[in-house]
Ligand binder design. Structure first.
Ligand code: CTP
Ligand code: MG
Length: 223
């Protein structure tokens, strides 16, 4: 089975703010978050292609160096991340991907993914035949708040993980799971949640602190 990349990049970056959408904010080396996230996939794995889901219109895309890369394709995203990923899967199938192929879904806002972590994920999926995600064990003690700044409970962090991307699944199974999720009342916030709801096994593979999702401008200082 072949391996494809899918990068949802149709968000507006509301929490980040600024003049341009978050995925087009620049790293210190001059690359956009989107460019660096796509390159992390292309450099860390052997892919048949990468589909990037964009908002429409997107005046920034044509100026991206990756827009001229033969391995990189683009399609229209949707209103929420789950729609963008779903549409990306449909576009990959249009481009010759098959249901039995694997797909790596990776946020456009995670430029710090290393080839080592990516290879860990791919090896785990190929060996087990099951889907998996990169994730980090929770390090801090967790508190539940009452909405007014007071603690109501302390939670055990045992067995708790923070989900990262990439998240890797058989393409057809993920499409099916997202279809079911999109017809329900609440949307999954990652691909694993859709697969879990569909009853599929999803494995946890050790991620890395550097693979953080840029959410606010100050996050750039950690890259
Ligand atoms: N995304 C997408 N389509 C959407 C919403 C989000 O493809 N309708 C993408 C984003 O572009 C990003 C990834 O999903 O690459 C993770 O989303 P997030 O970090 O939440 O980015 P934004 O939604 O853009 O940011 P915010 O929630 O602050 O608006
Ligand atoms: Mg968002």
């Amino acid at each position: 089975a072949r391996l494809w990349g899918l990068v949802p990049a149709a968000g507006i970056g509301h929490r980040f703010g600024g003049e341009r959408p978050k995925q087009y904010q620049l790293l210190a080396d001059g690359r956009s978050l989107l460019e660096a996230s796509v390159q992390a996939l292309l450099e860390g794995a052997e892919l048949s292609g990468v589909m990037v889901a964009l908002s429409e219109p997107d005046p920034f895309w044509p100026d991206q160096a990756i827009a001229d890369d033969d391995r990189v394709m683009h399609c229209a995203g949707g209103a929420e991340r789950a729609h963008s990923v779903y549409q990306g899967l449909v576009a990959l199938l249009d481009q010759g991907a098959e249901a039995a192929d694997w797909v790596l879904v990776h946020d456009a806002a995670r430029p710090g993914l290393s080839a080592e972590a990516l290879q860990r994920l791919i090896a785990q999926c190929r060996e087990s035949g099951e889907g998996a995600i990169l994730a980090l064990p929770v390090r801090d003690t967790l508190k539940r708040g009452d909405g007014n700044g007071r603690i109501t409970a302390t939670l055990s962090r045992e067995d708790l993980w923070q989900a990262q991307t990439p998240q890797m699944f058989p393409l057809g199974a993920l499409k099916q799971a997202l279809e079911e999720a999109l017809s329900g009342s609440s949307l999954p916030t990652d691909e694993a949640a859709a697969m879990e709801a569909a009853g599929g096994p999803v494995q946890l593979v050790m991620g890395e602190p550097g693979n953080l999702k840029v959410t606010y401008p100050e996050d750039l200082a950690f890259l």
